[in-house]
Design a protein around this ligand. Structure first.
Ligand SMILES: [Zn+2]
Length: 430
C-alpha cells in the first residue's frame, strides 16, 4: 500500500496522462510521473502491445536525434452499448473517444423477458459492429442500461417492476455467451487473415475469452447521468440528471463520479411524497412524485378527460398541439418536480441539473415550473450558479453513458495495470 507522500505509478497512470490526446516523449513522461526513463519505456511497451498507445518518430531532441512521441490510441478499440427502455432499445458501437460509429433504434419490449431481449441485443450489436467496419477483436467492453433497479457489482436486476422474468437474471454472463456465439460467426473466420488480425497480432482474442472485455450493467438513469456528465465535462463535478418519462428517477454525479449508494438504489426520487397529492402510485404508496408528474400518470389523466394519450410522448404531443389540459399538467409536473429538486439542491448543492426523458421534450413549459420552484425554495448560496437545463445528448444519453461506464472501467489505472501485467512502482510525490 502507498504510504505518506508515495503513490503507485503503473502503466495505468501513464495512460491516464496520455488520455488527453497530447503526444509526449519518454522524457516528458518520466518527468511527469517521477519514474525512471527505463521504467517508463517498459510501461509504454506494455501499452503499445495492448494497442492503447501508438509510437511516432517525432520531435528533434536537443541531441539532434528524433525523440519518439507517444499518443493515446482512442480510435483503436470500440465499445458495444445498449440502452433498453420499456418498449424501445437504442444500440450503438462507439470508439473509446465516445464517437458513435454505428447505431440503431429498434422496437424491443423489455417485458418479453431476458432471453429473447438479450438475444436480439447480441444480434443487433454484431450487425452494428460489421456496419462500423470493426472487428470482434477490437471490442474492449459492453455497457448496458436497463429500465429498472440493478445491482451494479453483479449486473443483476433487483425486483424490476416493469421487467417480468429479469429479477436476479445473470445479464452480464448470458449476454457475453450470446455475443460470443454471434461473433463466432464473423466472416472470414478460419479462412486466414481477418481485419482485426493486424490490430491484435497473434492474440486470437474473442470477446468470450477476452479478460479485458467486461459486460457492465446499470440502471438507465445512472447510465444517462454518466452520458450527460461526460457531455458537460470537464467543468461540472456535481450534477443531477433527472429523467421524467413514464416514471421519474435521477442519477447523481458527486465529485465527478457516479454515486450509486449502498445497494445501488440512490436517486429513486420518483417515490418521494408530494404534499398536496393523494394519488395512488404503482409502488403501492400514495402521493408519490411519479404519481402526479410521471408521463404515465399524466397520460392517464388525459385519457380520463377523453383524449387519446397512451404514454409520455403523447402528453408532449398534445401539449405541443395546444391542448389546454396537457399544457396545465406539464406545467404542474414542472412545479412538483421542482419542489422535490429544491430539497435535493439544499441537500446536495449540485452545479447543474439536467432534465431528460420523454417529458423533458416539453422544454420550456416544463423547465419554467422546475426553475421557478427551485429558485423560490432553495437557499440562495445553493442556487447562485446553478444551471437547470435539458440534456445535450437527447436520446443518445443512454448509449453514450453506457460507453462511458465501460471506458472509465477499462481505462481505470488499476484495470490497465492488471491487463498489462505491469505492477505499479511506488514513487515519492514531489
Ligand atoms: Zn411510488
Amino acid at each position: 500500500m502507498p504510504t505518506n507522500g508515495r503513490h503507485a505509478v503503473g502503466a495505468g497512470a501513464l495512460l491516464a496522462i496520455l488520455r488527453d490526446g497530447q503526444p509526449r516523449t519518454r522524457g516528458e513522461l518520466a518527468r511527469l510521473t517521477g519514474l525512471s526513463r527505463s521504467t517508463v519505456s517498459q510501461r509504454l511497451d506494455a501499452l503499445i502491445g495492448s494497442h492503447w498507445v501508438v509510437e511516432d518518430e517525432g520531435a528533434i531532441s536537443s541531441g539532434g536525434r528524433p525523440a519518439s512521441m507517444f499518443t493515446f490510441n482512442g480510435g483503436a478499440r470500440v465499445v458495444l452499448a445498449a440502452d433498453l427502455g420499456a418498449t424501445r432499445a437504442r444500440l450503438a458501437v462507439l470508439d473509446v473517444g465516445l464517437n458513435v460509429l454505428a447505431e440503431q433504434v429498434a422496437d424491443l419490449p423489455v417485458d418479453l423477458g431476458p432471453e429473447p431481449v438479450l438475444g436480439a441485443v447480441a444480434a443487433s450489436l454484431r450487425d452494428l459492429l460489421a456496419t462500423a467496419g470493426r472487428d470482434p477483436a477490437q471490442v474492449c467492453g459492453v455497457g448496458i442500461g436497463l429500465p429498472g433497479p440493478v445491482e451494479h457489482r453483479t449486473g443483476r436486476p433487483v425486483n424490476p417492476p416493469i421487467m417480468p422474468g429479469w429479477d436476479g437474471f445473470p445479464v452480464p454472463e448470458r449476454l457475453r455467451e450470446l455475443l460470443a456465439e454471434r461473433l463466432a460467426e464473423w466472416p472470414g473466420d478460419g479462412s486466414g487473415e481477418r481485419p482485426g488480425d493486424r490490430l491484435v497480432e497473434g492474440s486470437g482474442d474473442r470477446l468470450g475469452e477476452l479478460p479485458g472485455a467486461p459486460v457492465l450493467v446499470d440502471n438507465d438513469v445512472n447510465v444517462m447521468a454518466l452520458g450527460e456528465h461526460w457531455a458537460a465535462r470537464p467543468a461540472v463535478d456535481h450534477l443531477i440528471y433527472i429523467k421524467i418519462g413514464t416514471g421519474i428517477g435521477c442519477g447523481i454525479i458527486s465529485g465527478g463520479r457516479l454515486h450509486r449508494g449502498a445497494r445501488g438504489a440512490a436517486g429513486d426520487v420518483g417515490h418521494i411524497r408530494v404534499p398536496a397529492s393523494g394519488a395512488p402510485c404503482r409502488c403501492g404508496n400514495t402521493g408519490c412524485l411519479e404519481a402526479v408528474a410521471g408521463g404515465a400518470s399524466m397520460a392517464a389523466a388525459l385519457r380520463a378527460a377523453g383524449a387519446d394519450a397512451r404514454g409520455s410522448k403523447d402528453v408532449v404531443a398534445l401539449m405541443r398541439a395546444g391542448d389546454p389540459l396537457a399544457t396545465r399538467l406539464v406545467r404542474q409536473a414542472g412545479r412538483e418536480v421542482g419542489a422535490v429538486m429544491a430539497a435535493i439542491v439544499n441537500f446536495f448543492n449540485p452545479s447543474v441539473i439536467v432534465l431528460g426523458g420523454d417529458v423533458a421534450e416539453a422544454g420550456e413549459q416544463l423547465l419554467a415550473g422546475v426553475r421557478e420552484t427551485i429558485y423560490s425554495r432553495s437557499l440562495p448560496l445553493a442556487t447562485q450558479h446553478l444551471g437547470i437545463r435539458t440534456g445535450e445528448l437527447g436520446d443518445r444519453a443512454g448509449v453514450v453513458g453506457a460507453a462511458v461506464m465501460v471506458v472509465e472501467h477499462v481505462l481505470d489505472p488499476a484495470t490497465i495495470d492488471e491487463a498489462t501485467g505491469e505492477r505499479p512502482a511506488y514513487v515519492t510525490a514531489r
